[in-house]
Design a protein around this ligand. Structure first.
Ligand code: HEC
Ligand code: HEC
Length: 595
C-alpha cells in the first residue's frame, strides 16, 4: 500500500497548520457566514427538528460531538443473548462484546460473544400524519401495521444500526459516515451526491421562479446533514417531507424549550434574556433571510402543492447552515498539538514514546496518520476525488476485522437508489471496509468501532494486538497482520491517544459551548426489563415512558469540570459533580404529542 511511509514524529504537524476545507460555490447562495453559522447551531441543537419535538441532531452528538448514553442503545435487542436486557444501563463488564479467554490471541476460545451493536436511540416509530401548526411535535399515528422496535411488546425508541461518531473535526473528512455514503458532492436534497439527480433549488430570476440543480464540492457535511432529519429511525416519523418540516420550523421559536447561555459564543447575542431560546425577532425565517441571498427565499409564489419558495429550499438552507456550524467545530488544542508547536513539556516521556511506537511496529500510522490521525482526511486523500471516483483504500477505508463482513458490509453497501457506494472498487474489495476514524478526543467518545463493541482504549489496543477479531474473508487491511507491540508499547499508545484530547472540547469552551438539551436515557420500568406504557395520549398508547437526563447550557468559558469519559460513565465515576455530563440530573422535556 502507498500509505506505509513512516513519518518522523517531528513531521506530524499540529492540526492548526492544516487548512480547513472550503465548500465550492458557497457565495452563490450565502450572503452572511456569521448568520449561516448561527442558523446551523440553532438547527443542530433544536429538539423541534425531531418529529416528537424532543430529538435534535445533538441528542446523539452532545458529548464531545458523540453520544454518551448507556440505556436502550442496543441496535439489535432481539438477537441479543439474554445477558443484556436492552433497557438496563450497560456496565464495564458488558465490554468487549466478544470476550476471549486469551485476549491476545484471536484463535483463543470465545468466552462470550453477544453480537450486540451499540448505536444511539432516536425516535419511536410512528407514521407521519401532519405537522401541528405552532408546535414542536408532529402528529404521528401508532399504526399497528408498523414493525415496531419493541421491548416486550412496548414500543421503545429505535436505535441506529451503528455507533455514533463525533462531529468534531468532521470537516476534515472527504466523505462522511462509517461507510462514506455522505458524498463530497452536495446536491441539495439527500446525502448521496451525484447519485441523486432529482432535487432542484427554486430560484428567482428576472421575476420568475426557476428550478436549478445544486452541485458543490468539498461539501460532505452538507450532504450528511440532510440525511437524519427525515430518517425514520433517527429523527422523523415515517413519511415526513422537507417542505412540511420547513413549515413547522418557520412557525416555531428557535430552541423554544431550551436554555441558551447569554455567553454562548455563537447564539449568545441572540439569546432570549427573558426565558428560553432566542429573542423573538430571531425567528428561523429571520435567520434564513440574514444568511441567504434573497433570490432563494423572497418569492411569495406557491407551487402546485401550495409550498413557498423558502419551504422548498429548506434542505439547501439546512445542509449549508449545519455544515457551516460543524466546520467551526475544530479541535486543535491538545497536549500533542502544543508539543508539536514547540512546548517540549506538553507531553510526558511515555506520551512521547507513544508517538514513536505509533509510527513503528504497531502499524497504527498505516491508517491513522497525519495531524488528523486518519487516512481518510483531505490531507491524505489529496485530489483523488470522492467515493464516486476513488477506491476505498485511497480514501482511507479499510478492513480491520471488527465484525464478520456479512454482518455489516460497510463501504460494500449501496445507497438508497441501489448504487454501489464505491462504484470503482474492483470485485469485492469494498466489502467490510470502514472509514478510518480520526483519533482526536477519542478518550471522550467511547464506545469504539462501528459496532461500539469496545469500551476502553486498552481494549482497542488489545484488539489490534491480536490482529482483529474476524480476520477471515480477507477482512484485514494493510499492516493488520504484522502488528507488533510489547506491554510498554501498548501503554504508550494509549497514553498518546489520551494526549490527543483538546482542552476546549474537554471543558466545552467555545466553539464547543451549546444550549441546554434534555436527552432520553432509556425507558421507565415497572419491574426489571418491563417497560411502562405511556397512556398520556392516544398517540403514545403503545409506547414506552422515557427517562430523561439534562445536559446543561454552557457559554464560551466552558464548564469547570472536565467531560466524563465513557469508561467513567460505565463505572459511575464523576456522578458526584467532578465530571460534566454525568447524566444524573433529570429534566422535563417538551411534550411529544397533544394531550
Ligand atoms: C439517533 C441518533 C442520531 C441523530 C439524531 C443524528 N445522528 Fe449523526 N450520526 C449518528 C450515527 C449512528 C452516525 C453514523 C452512521 C453511519 O455511519 O452509518 C452518525 C454520523 C454523523 C456524522 C458523520 C461523522 C463521521 O465521522 O462520518 C455527522 C457529521 C453527523 N452524524 C451529524 C448529524 C447531524 C447534522 C444530525 C441532525 C441533522 C445528526 N447527525 C443526527 C447518529 C445520529
Ligand atoms: C488497516 C488500517 C488500520 C490500522 C493498521 C489501525 N487502524 Fe485503527 N481503525 C481503522 C478502521 C478502519 C477503524 C474503524 C473500524 C470499524 O469500526 O470497523 C479503526 C478504529 C480505531 C479506533 C476506534 C475509534 C472510534 O472512534 O471508534 C481506535 C481507537 C483505533 N482505530 C486506534 C488504532 C491504533 C492504536 C492502531 C495501532 C495499534 C490502529 N488503530 C491501527 C483502521 C486501522
Amino acid at each position: 500500500m502507498a500509505l506505509s511511509i513512516s513519518i518522523a514524529a517531528a513531521q506530524i504537524p499540529s492540526l492548526r497548520t492544516v487548512p480547513v476545507p472550503q465548500p465550492t460555490g458557497l457565495d452563490r447562495y450565502v450572503r452572511d457566514n456569521a448568520a449561516l453559522t448561527a442558523l446551523g447551531k440553532a438547527l443542530f441543537w433544536d429538539v423541534q427538528v425531531g418529529s416528537d419535538g424532543q430529538t435534535a441532531c445533538a441528542t446523539c452528538h452532545f458529548h464531545a460531538g458523540a453520544d454518551h448514553r448507556v440505556r436502550n442503545m442496543i441496535a439489535n435487542p432481539h438477537s441479543v443473548a439474554q445477558t443484556a436486557v436492552p433497557n438496563r444501563a450497560l456496565t464495564l463488564a458488558d465490554f468487549p462484546f466478544r470476550k476471549l479467554v486469551n485476549p491476545n490471541d484471536n484463535r483463543s476460545a470465545v468466552e462470550r460473544d453477544t453480537r450486540m451493536v451499540m448505536g444511539s436511540a432516536g425516535v419511536i416509530q410512528r407514521k407521519f400524519m401532519d405537522i401541528v401548526a405552532g408546535n414542536g411535535f408532529d402528529d404521528g399515528s401508532e399504526e399497528p401495521g408498523l414493525t415496531a422496535f419493541a421491548i416486550g411488546g412496548v414500543k421503545a425508541r429505535q436505535v441506529t444500526a451503528r455507533n455514533t461518531p463525533s462531529v468534531i473535526n468532521s470537516v476534515f473528512w472527504v466523505v462522511n459516515f462509517w461507510d462514506g455514503r455522505a458524498s463530497s458532492v452536495f446536491t441539495g436534497g439527500t446525502p448521496f451526491g451525484p447519485a441523486d439527480s432529482e432535487w432542484r433549488a427554486a430560484v428567482l430570476r428576472d421575476g420568475k421562479l426557476e428550478r436549478e440543480a445544486v452541485r458543490m464540492d468539498n461539501a460532505s457535511l452538507a450532504s450528511q446533514a440532510v440525511g437524519p432529519a427525515l430518517n425514520d429511525v433517527e429523527m422523523s416519523y415515517s413519511g415526513r417531507s422537507w417542505p412540511k418540516l420547513a413549515r413547522k420550523m418557520f412557525a416555531v421559536a428557535p430552541l423554544a424549550h431550551q436554555r441558551v447561555s447569554p455567553a454562548d459564543s455563537v447564539l449568545g447575542e441572540f439569546a432570549n434574556a427573558e426565558g428560553n431560546g432566542l429573542a423573538p425577532e430571531r425567528s428561523y425565517e429571520a435567520l434564513v433571510r440574514a444568511a441567504f441571498r434573497p433570490e432563494y427565499w423572497e418569492s411569495g409564489e406557491l407551487d402546485a402543492d401550495g409550498y413557498s419558495q423558502r419551504e422548498l429550499n429548506f434542505p439547501l438552507f439546512f445542509g449549508l447552515a449545519v455544515q457551516a456550524y460543524e466546520s467551526a467545530l475544530i479541535s486543535a488544542d491538545s497536549p500533542f498539538d502544543r508539543f508539536q508547536e514547540g512546548d517540549a513539556s506538553a507531553l510526558t516521556a511515555q506520551e512521547r514514546d507513544g508517538i514513536r511506537v505509533f509510527q513503528g511496529g504497531s502499524e497504527c500510522h498505516e491508517c491513522h496518520q497525519g495531524p488528523e490521525f486518519t487516512a481518510a482526511s483531505f490531507t491524505n486523500v489529496r485530489g483523488r476525488g470522492g467515493r464516486e471516483t476513488a477506491t476505498p483504500a485511497t480514501l482511507g477505508f479499510f478492513r480491520t476485522g471488527v465484525s464478520p463482513v456479512a454482518e455489516d458490509l460497510g463501504g460494500g453497501g449501496k445507497d438508497e437508489f441501489g448504487n454501489a457506494l464505491f462504484p470503482r472498487a474492483a470485485g469485492n474489495n469494498a466489502r467490510g471496509v470502514f472509514k478510518s476514524p480520526a483519533l482526536r478526543n477519542v478518550e471522550l467518545t467511547g464506545p469504539y468501532f462501528h459496532d461500539g463493541s469496545q469500551a476502553t482504549l486498552e481494549q482497542v489496543v488489545a484488539f489490534y494486538g491480536r490482529g482483529g477479531d474476524f480476520p477471515g474473508d480477507g477482512n484485514l487491511g494493510p499492516g493488520m497482520n504484522r502488528i507488533n507491540m510489547n506491554a510498554n508499547d501498548r501503554l504508550a499508545i494509549v497514553a498518546l491517544m489520551k494526549a490527543l484530547t483538546g482542552e476546549s472540547v474537554k471543558f466545552e469552551r467555545a466553539p464547543f459551548d451549546h444550549p441546554s438539551l434534555c436527552v432520553p436515557v432509556g425507558h421507565a420500568e415497572s419491574a426489571p426489563g418491563v417497560l411502562m406504557v405511556d397512556d398520556s395520549s392516544s398517540a403514545t398508547r403503545f409506547s414506552a415512558v422515557d427517562r430523561w437526563a439534562l445536559v446543561p447550557a454552557v457559554g464560551r468559558e466552558g464548564n469547570s469540570a472536565p467531560l466524563q469519559t465513557f469508561e467513567e460513565l460505565l463505572s459511575g465515576i464523576g456522578s458526584d459533580g467532578s465530571r460534566a455530563h454525568a447524566m444524573t440530573e433529570s429534566c422535563e422535556p417538551p411534550p411529544a404529542s397533544r394531550p
